[in-house]
Write a protein that binds this ligand. Structure first.
Ligand code: 3AM
Length: 192
């Protein structure tokens, strides 16, 4: 028999803390976007998309993530944008912190070593706020600060109610006061 191994659809993301999460929800409501809002529990910032991942590959990736040494950073979310092709309204940043670029580069390297094809487009950090949306006329936005202190391995699950993003595991970023400290896995929300 030549059965394909079961896979999970995985990606790396930053998840907002409770305060930022509330602010994002309020922003979505204030913008009154004409489209399908992302479910509040799904709001995130994608770092690297992996796609279908079998259990052995997931294990390799998790091990490699334990060796990632990346610094915490602040991302200023100060720009609302619209991509017409996927019809997405997003919140993003006019300046990508170098620590974020370094984190994405490190995760892309891990993905490539595990055989995933890496997105070669320039990284554009953004939080998708709504899909199937109409263009928003240029709107100023009061900047929101994202104090990124960890990154997460996420699973995208299709359910009858729509897509659901589940945090599988999180790694801490190096706190600014401890430049020599490297991250260790802190949580595992699923069973092996
Ligand atoms: O955070 P956003 O919404 O930009 O669009 C998908 C979502 O990104 C993206 O991964 C995130 C979690 O699903 N995604 C889905 N399929 C993808 C693919 N084949 C993809 N990104 C790149 N390539």
């Amino acid at each position: 028999m030549n059965e394909r191994p079961a896979t999970q659809r995985l990606f790396f993301a930053l998840l907002p803390d409770a305060t930022l999460h509330e602010r994002l929800i309020k922003l979505c409501s204030d913008l009154a976007i004409n489209g399908a809002p992302v479910a509040p529990g799904n709001l995130h910032l994608t770092l690297v998309f992996l796609g279908a991942t079998d259990a052995a590959t997931r294990l390799d990736i998790e091990r490699a993530c334990g060796n990632v040494c990346a610094a915490a950073f602040t991302l200023t979310l100060d720009q609302i944008g619209y991509w017409p092709k996927p019809r997405i309204v997003w919140l993003g940043s006019t300046a990508t912190p170098p620590e974020l670029s370094a984190l994405v580069a490190g995760l892309n390297a891990i993905a490539a070593r595990s055989g995933f094809s890496v997105d070669t487009r320039p990284y554009a950090p953004h939080i998708t706020l709504a899909r199937k949306a109409r263009a928003l006329k240029g709107r100023p936005v009061a900047p929101l600060q994202w104090e990124a202190r960890g990154f997460s391995l996420m699973e995208s699950q299709s359910t009858p109610q729509g897509v659901r993003y589940i945090e599988l595991r999180r790694w801490e970023l190096t706190p600014p006061a401890q430049p020599d400290h490297c991250p260790t896995p802190t949580t595992r929300r699923d069973s092996p």
